[in-house]
Design a protein around this ligand. Sequence first.
Ligand code: SAM
Length: 231
Amino acid sequence: MNIYYAPPSQINNGFAELLDQEAKHISKVMRAREGDRLTIVDGQGGRYQGSILMITNDAVQVKIDKSENVPPSDPRLVLGMGIIKKRDRLEFAVEKAIELGVSEIGLFRSERTIKKNVRMDRLESIAVSAMKQSLQVWLPTITMYHTLDDFLASYTQAEWLVAHEKVEKQDHSFTDTDSDTVLLLVGPEGGFSPSEIDKLTDGGATTVSLGENRLRTETAVTAFLSQFLIQ
Ligand code: SAM
């Protein structure tokens, strides 16, 4: 099933307008025709179905005849990840995190991050594709934070879980939480420094083992999130 994305600003009075890449995909790749039916999500919990009224090169207009609101996930999973050096690995981690149901992603510089900046435009288009691919209706936000502290300051009310390769395997499932927001922290290639781990645990964080193997950051992201999916 093909899903198309139109932000709320492009959905008005029972009509949706699909622009740019979405319009090109419908007209050029799918060779859709007027009257064909489409499913559209707005990234804010809205899912719509309707028929194509008009197709031009850079816009497709759809008459909506069915709409529903999907509530956000509970708990809200927030991924906090130290920026990693290799762009394709970082983009892989973001794509997989979204497919696995994360609601927000915070990228931060920490003591051991090497790379300082990321291509946010690429990550945002990866986010839209991953949302559609995984048949989701909420578009996760991706935010770049100057430091780990800045990131943590945005989530003081959340439950903090830190993946740390230097801790014993826990005997309880860390997915049993009654917090409405859970922060999953994963370090960059160099991991978190001892002082960062101290700061996190002093701040109330629980350190979590993902097993004996030392995982790459992007693998740890996938392993960590999938634990919540299978609970
Ligand atoms: N530099 C660290 C080292 O040499 O031991 C490895 C860091 S690892 C590549 C990157 C991040 O993945 C870590 O900061 C941690 O968050 C996570 N991670 C990797 N393996 C893990 C494991 N077995 N248990 C928990 N977290 C793990």
